[in-house]
Design a protein around this ligand. Structure first.
Ligand SMILES: C[S@@+](CC[C@H](N)C(=O)[O-])C[C@H]1O[C@@H](n2cnc3c(N)ncnc32)[C@H](O)[C@@H]1O
Length: 311
């Protein structure tokens, strides 16, 4: 596929990204997932490199990257003007751009720019499905240097389930989590809503047209403290305005579900196997060859099964 034009579409983020609840949700998610993400990023930042981060949110990984490579080598792009203002204050020498990843070919600030590393985590889930592959191709073909690396991480909500603290292998049927998953399904099937909470599952497919060497890594943390188990509660609260606007549930239903998730958070006997994350590392410069250069690190059982099914 050649990159000649960008399909357009509005990219309304479903969480209220200006709210303190969303900031708190992202902070707690960062505390859970960053160690794993940083272990994947670190080998790419061993020498002076220019890095583009898409959708940095509160900038926790961004400030770590800027420390590794120097602020002048770090560029951030986010649709949220407030996130961009916060990053500008945190990293005054970095380039912080307000805009959508779906428009990277149209942004003046990116004209003629190339990067050695492009990092994008939990953003593709919120752009129109039909633009995902095209957007990745734009990033890879137009903005990545030769020998550069694109690191993309997305999640799969449908792996979330409760477990008891004494047996992590036993899936528990906890009603409010079933209802929460049903709500996510209802949201992503609404017309005009850009949310694909399962995107991590088939993420590799979107890289098929890139001339890249690919490796796949998965990570699924367990929430066991009240603080961690409040993350889905924060998600409900940060998305409430959006959900009410879409009339996907009424206010009572949303509040009741939020309360029941909060009850699980304070129940010391229950833990939650949370969002399964899949990271794809796509390296430029190596020919994409199914039999040879196309490597996968099948590091968990689900992925092995999915790999066997060719997913
Ligand atoms: C779930 S947060 C992830 C934040 C951060 N990447 C992290 O890992 O903590 C999604 C971020 O992507 C931004 N975002 C959403 N849609 C976007 C788009 N089309 N282009 C660029 N950024 C976008 C949001 O404003 C928000 O900062």
């Amino acid at each position: 596929m050649s990159v000649t034009s960008t399909p357009t579409g509005s990219c309304r983020y479903i969480f209220n990204d200006e709210s303190s609840l969303e900031k708190e949700r992202l902070k707690r998610l960062n505390e859970l997932y960053n160690e794993n993400t940083i272990s994947l990023l670190k080998p790419c930042l061993q020498r002076p490199v220019r890095v583009l981060e898409i959708g940095p949110g509160t900038g926790e990984i961004g400030s770590w990257i800027a420390k590794q490579v120097g602020q002048i080598n770090y560029t951030a792009l986010d649709t949220s003007a407030e996130n961009i203002d916060t990053l500008r204050a945190m990293l005054p020498e970095a380039a912080c751009i307000s805009g959508s990843v779906t428009d990277v070919d149209k942004l003046d600030e990116l004209k003629g720019k190339k990067f050695d590393v492009i990092f994008i985590r939990w953003v593709l889930a919120y752009i129109p499905k039909e633009q995902v592959e095209f957007t990745l191709k734009l990033l890879f073909d137009k903005l990545l240097n030769e020998n550069g690396t694109l690191l993309c991480e997305e999640c799969n909500v449908y792996k979330v389930h409760c477990i008891t603290n004494d047996d992590a292998r036993k899936r528990l049927d906890v009603k409010c989590y079933g209802e929460w998953l049903q709500l996510t399904r209802d949201v992503q099937s609404l017309e005009g809503v850009h949310a694909d909470f399962e995107i991590g599952h088939g993420l590799k497919r979107h890289f098929a047209s890139l001339n890249a060497e690919i490796s796949v890594h998965t990570f699924q943390p367990i929430l066991d403290s009240q603080y961690q188990k409040e993350i889905p509660v924060l998600a409900m609260k940060a998305a409430k305005t959006f959900l009410l606007g879409k009339k996907v549930r009424n206010e009572d239903e949303l509040d009741q579900l939020t309360s029941r998730l909060a009850e699980v958070a304070i129940d010391p006997s229950l833990s939650v196997k949370y969002l399964k994350n899949r990271a794809i590392i796509a390296k430029k410069g190596e020919a994409h060859d199914e039999g040879n250069a196309y490597r996968e690190f099948l590091n968990d059982k689900d992925l092995q099964q999915e790999g066997a099914l060719g997913l």
